[in-house]
Design a protein around this ligand. Structure first.
Ligand code: T46
Length: 134
């Protein structure tokens, strides 16, 4: 599986750093929704689903967390700990997020508004769908 980590240009000077996110420029889609996960409790694991259509870019703007990405053939863990780096997650990739630092703020840009029918929350169903697809 190809893990796409997008390097975002950080404009730094003596005042600090700034990262800009622009749709169809450094973000490879039109941004329809932004959400963020924070205040995560110790040892919590989130996600446990794939999306049928949704494409997203995950950026840890503070702290760190890990993603497990699984395309049905391969499972890869990715550490996100850099606010100038985005993890691109395409459709039909099972994801779990874990090892959140106490201060973690995980921001996600999405190419569509929230739609519960786009979620595949059953792992068996997910593996059948990706095997059927390939
Ligand atoms: C994903 C990973 C990385 C909304 O009402 N609107 C929204 O835009 C979202 C994302 C969620 N919700 C509601 C649905 C649930 O009642 O917020 C609650 C928590 O959502 P969920 O359990 O899906 O959260 P995670 O952290 O397991 O997954 C989220 C995204 O849902 C998902 O698309 O890829 O982050």
């Amino acid at each position: 599986m190809d893990i796409k980590l997008i390097q975002l240009q950080s404009h730094g000077d003596e005042r600090g750093s700034l990262v800009s996110l622009e749709e169809e420029k450094n973000i490879p889609f039109s941004i329809k929704r932004v959400y963020y996960v924070f205040n995560t409790k110790d040892k919590v694991r989130r996600g446990f689903h794939a999306h049928k259509k949704l494409k997203q870019l995950a950026i840890v703007v503070k702290g760190s967390c890990r993603f497990l990405l699984d395309d049905g053939n391969e499972k890869i863990e990715v550490l996100l700990d850099n606010p100038a780096q985005g993890l691109y997650i395409e459709s039909f990739v099972w994801r779990e997020m874990f090892d959140f630092s106490e201060d973690c703020v995980l921001m996600v840009l999405a190419d569509s508004i929230y739609d519960e029918t786009d979620y595949v929350r059953d792992y068996e169903e997910f593996t059948k769908m990706v095997k059927h697809d390939s």
